[in-house]
Design a protein around this ligand. Structure first.
Ligand code: UDX
Length: 425
């Protein structure tokens, strides 16, 4: 087993460190946030991730994971150094690498000889060279090992990946990193660093393209009178299309897709390729936020002054409390901006949302529905399917439901006198 330093304890770093410890390695996780490190030492997990709390507690009890403040206090004693620092979107759409460069400069002088530094964060094509330059160490290898973790299922995705991708110019370094995954049953693909970095962006951009396509098909279904549920079912039988990632919605979001699609478009532009398709994928997604908001506003009618909207769902997808680039927030910003009063409920978001200062957030879906003229479902939380719809009918003033995730059972609602407007059906 190996000694691994993980620099950064966000969604990617904490999951990576905990899972490597779960696989038997000795892990030291470092962060600049001392308070966060103190909480992690007590096994307190600051994010909603299925199973993460358990494997962190087990690793702490077994002495397989430690949490320290400062990257130097982790990297001085490790053989592998996973960089899991943020690569936020810059003003021009490109990924901002200053955290990555700072981390490399910080650990460069303290790295034991023959260390391997590994880029786990999503970094622009060519970043392996950038990290090597900032490390200033000729006796250290830099490898790309991109993450393919989905929020809410990150632990499962790490321990049961579809594939492990390793990008290295030094074959021995690639083999050493591949050995870290010896207990993971998945194909391990070794390629050069640039190809590994491109695989990550291309994968996310393809998935976003698939979603923008299915949202556009849903909109077409509304025009031609088709049922998108049947259309996507019929499409998905073709194994080249596949049944996954074909659920239309209010648009897609999260901390990765928007950032990564914009970054890939910028990378293409910087390298002289006009990736018009990607710009259209982003445009279709923004139009889907507008279209969903329009459905709510049309249902409310002209005069919004006394009108009330109930919103179920604020997080960017079910299973997480993450509000970053949430489609629900995008839609509600548009509806709130038009002057409607909104009360929202989300099982994972107990408090107000800073991007929605006028939206009241309550602790129960039926409380949110009180006196509402329109209910809009924006996140596909399963619990919304099991609300008492007789009580909902009593609570609401109006009878219109905009189901932007096609989540609810339409026949149950129609029997109770509701009008249901979905996406593509
Ligand atoms: C994504 C990629 O899936 C993952 O491989 C990568 O490592 C990080 O980015 P994540 O951002 O956690 O993961 O969310 P994901 O589950 O992919 O959903 C992204 C967005 O697409 C969400 O807003 C979700 O609601 C939406 N979505 C997803 C749909 O609208 N329809 C679908 O069928 C699937």
């Amino acid at each position: 087993m190996a000694r691994i330093a993980v620099i950064g304890t966000g969604y990617v770093g904490l999951t990576t460190g905990a899972c490597f410890a779960h696989l038997g390695h000795d892990v030291i996780c470092a962060d600049i946030d001392a308070d966060k490190i103190e909480r992690l030492k007590r096994g307190e997990i600051p994010i909603v991730e299925e199973g993460l709390g358990r494997i962190v507690s087990e690793a702490l009890a077994a002495g397989k994971i430690k949490f320290v403040v400062g990257a130097v206090n982790a990297s001085s004693y490790a053989e592998f150094h996973y960089l899991c620092v943020p690569t936020p979107q810059g003003e021009d759409g490109s990924a901002d690498l200053h955290y990555l460069e700072a981390a490399a400069e910080e650990i460069g002088p303290c790295l034991p000889t023959d260390s391997v530094v590994v880029n786990k964060s999503t970094v622009p094509v060519g970043s392996t060279e950038v990290v090597a330059m900032h490390l200033k160490r000729s006796d250290v290898q830099v490898v790309s090992n991109p993450e393919f973790l989905r929020e809410g299922t990150a632990v499962k995705d790490f321990l049961n990946p579809d594939r492990v991708v390793i990008g290295a110019s030094d074959q021995k370094a690639a083999i050493r990193v591949a050995a870290l995954y010896s207990r993971v049953r998945a194909p391990i693909m070794v390629t050069d660093p640039v190809s590994a970095e491109t695989i990550k962006y291309a994968s996310n951009a393809f998935l976003a393209t698939k979603l923008s396509f299915v949202n556009a098909i849903a909109n077409l279904c509304e025009h031609v009178g088709a049922d998108v549920n049947d259309v996507t079912l019929g499409m998905g039988y073709d194994t080249r299309i596949g049944k996954d990632f074909l659920r239309p919605g209010p648009g897609w979001g999260g901390s990765c897709f928007p950032k990564d699609v914009a970054a890939l478009a910028k990378i293409a532009e910087d390298y002289g390729y006009d990736f018009t398709l990607l710009r259209e994928v982003l445009a279709v997604n923004n139009a889907q936020f507008d279209r969903t908001a329009q459905k709510v506003l049309q249902a409310l009618g002209e005069d919004l002054s006394e009108k009330k909207v109930a919103a179920w769902g604020l997080s960017f997808k079910a299973g997480t409390d993450d509000l970053r680039e949430s489609p629900a927030v995008e839609v509600l910003q548009r509806v709130s901006g038009a002057g409607a009063q909104i009360t929202a409920y989300d099982p994972a978001v107990p408090n107000g949302v800073k991007e929605l200062p006028l939206v009241e957030v309550v602790s129960d879906p039926l409380i949110a529905a009180k006196d509402a003229d329109v209910l809009v479902v924006l996140t596909e939380w399963p619990e919304f399917k099991f609300v008492d719809f007789d009580q909902l009918a009593e609570q609401m003033r109006g009878r219109v439901i905009i189901d932007a995730r096609n989540l609810l059972d339409r026949s149950v609602l129609l029997r109770r006198g509701f009008t249901v407007i979905g996406i593509g059906r």
